[in-house]
Design a protein. Structure first.
Lengths: 102, 364
């Protein structure tokens, strides 16, 4: 959910863009972190743990902890809490440590 | 090879002040920030600072960041690298800077580590469920990106961060049904705590989270009263339906690169964990490497700014810049820092600093 009115802050957002999340089309704002756009769209499970496949969400928001790592445009381990959203991005829930298709 | 006289890693309150101070004295400074914006945690701080006017009292963090951002970018002596990660510290002292998938190796005469801190977590069953977030992360999501973390948030920690973030959640229209604090007393400034209480948020002291529940994401927590040994009292458990649990249970210094550089470290819980030994001018045991802000000891942003100032002036003085004013400026800055730590809120830091040896006092 997005904050519509705030007593102190104004949120300057980029253009509205479409992106893919596990096959669905979602909308977000260009330049905001991918994880923020997903969160605003109600998506909170971002990856699965390596051994027990437990759901993983956002944790530190500063690109430090790896909890939000996802596959973006085919590249695994993208820190979605800091990676800016772009039009047409293909974002996927990451399973385990991710595989790089070379 | 890129060359700077003073390389500053991290552009939070400490790094910004260090860069400005060193450059004002004539050093050629490079300021490196892995985020797309300068300011570090100041960017998400919407509350007014306490203290005296010279420490930005009554100013809000994000406004301070805006002003310092403009000051460093306008400064002819500072080159700013945003979206750039200092990847490590090589044996020859070179710091590789990663920007846009390219590596720029950087050399320098003095290095200031202002890498900040990471949030602590708590262990309880299902503490890894999505919906359980650090308080800093909630502030970033909400105050920088304008997205609320959920509908109902339980807060753990009634220190300044827990209470201030609870207030910010209320400002953003989110319900906060409980603040849960393990200590018998509220750690936050009373003005903040009474504000959230007046807004109807109960603060449960001597309580802790026992367990979290939810299949794919957080749906419910159970919390309970605890005794002096932190054991839950049977029969005191309460259930609370929440979709977010926000943890404000302290910070730990981000010290990987200090360890890598071979700085002598000590474990001092009062300062947040493993911290580098440092001199009165914030020089570590490795000559020419300085530390400032939370990377050296967890404190408030106002203290981090003064530490940055001291490290910046000392690094510049070591290179021969600003020598004539140095002793006087240093004495003034040290006095400022002592004043900031002087209240009851600074007692833990003071105790920690007494335990921390100076470089050279221990071997190894």
């Amino acid at each position: 959910m997005r904050i519509k009115e705030h007593p102190l802050l104004e949120f300057k957002k980029g253009n509205k863009v479409n992106f893919q999340f596990d096959g669905q089309t979602l909308q977000g704002f260009e330049g905001e972190p991918i994880a923020a756009a997903l969160h605003a769209a109600g998506v909170r499970v971002l990856s699965r743990s390596k051994i027990h496949q437990r759901p993983r969400g956002f944790w530190c928001a500063i690109g430090n902890c790896a909890s939000c790592n996802m596959r973006v445009n085919g590249v695994p381990n993208v820190r979605t809490c800091t990676e800016p959203l772009r039009e047409g991005m293909v974002v996927e829930t990451q399973q385990g440590k991710g595989e790089l298709n070379v | 090879m890129y060359r700077a006289e003073v390389l500053v890693i991290g552009s939070g309150p400490a790094g910004l002040m260090a860069a400005l101070q060193a450059a004002d004295r004539g050093a050629k400074v490079a300021l490196v920030e892995r985020d797309a914006h300068l300011g570090g945690q100041l960017l998400k701080q919407t509350h007014m600072f306490f203290g005296s006017k010279e420490h930005y009292a009554a100013e809000r963090g994000f406004k301070i960041a805006e002003n310092l951002d403009a000051a460093v970018k306008d400064h002819p002596g500072i080159e700013v690298f945003e979206d750039t990660t200092a990847l490590g510290y090589y044996e020859d002292g070179v710091v590789p800077l990663e920007r846009g998938k390219k590596i720029l190796p950087a050399a320098y005469d003095a290095l200031i580590m202002a890498t900040g801190a990471q949030e602590n977590t708590l262990l309880f069953p299902n503490c890894d469920l999505p919906g359980i977030y650090g308080a800093g992360a909630v502030q970033t999501l909400m105050n920088v990106h304008g997205v609320v973390p959920g509908n109902r948030v339980a807060m753990v920690g009634a220190g300044n961060i827990g209470v201030i973030v609870s207030y910010q959640l209320l400002q953003a229209g989110v319900a906060v049904p409980a603040i849960i604090e393990a200590m018998p007393d509220i750690g936050a400034y009373h003005v903040h705590a009474s504000k959230v209480r007046r807004m109807g948020v109960p603060i449960y002291t001597s309580h802790t989270v026992v367990s979290a529940f939810g299949s794919e994401q957080l749906e419910k927590i159970v919390f309970a009263e605890i005794d002096e040994k932190m054991n839950p009292l049977p029969g005191s458990e309460q259930e609370l339906d929440v979709d977010v649990l926000c943890l404000a249970v302290g910070l730990a210094p981000l010290t990987e690169i200090l360890f890598q550089a071979g700085c002598q470290m000590a474990y001092v819980p009062e300062l947040g964990g493993h911290v580098p030994l440092r001199s009165d001018t914030f020089e570590t045991s490795v000559p020419g490497i300085f530390v400032a802000g939370d990377a050296g000891a967890i404190e408030e942003a106002s203290a981090a700014m003064v530490e940055g100032k001291i490290a910046g002036m000392a690094a510049a003085a070591g290179l021969g810049y600003g020598k004539e004013q140095y002793e006087k400026d240093l004495a003034n800055a040290r006095e400022e820092l002592a004043k900031l730590r002087n209240g009851p809120a600074g007692a833990i830091t003071r105790r920690g600093l007494e335990k921390l040896p100076h470089p050279g006092e221990v071997s190894g």
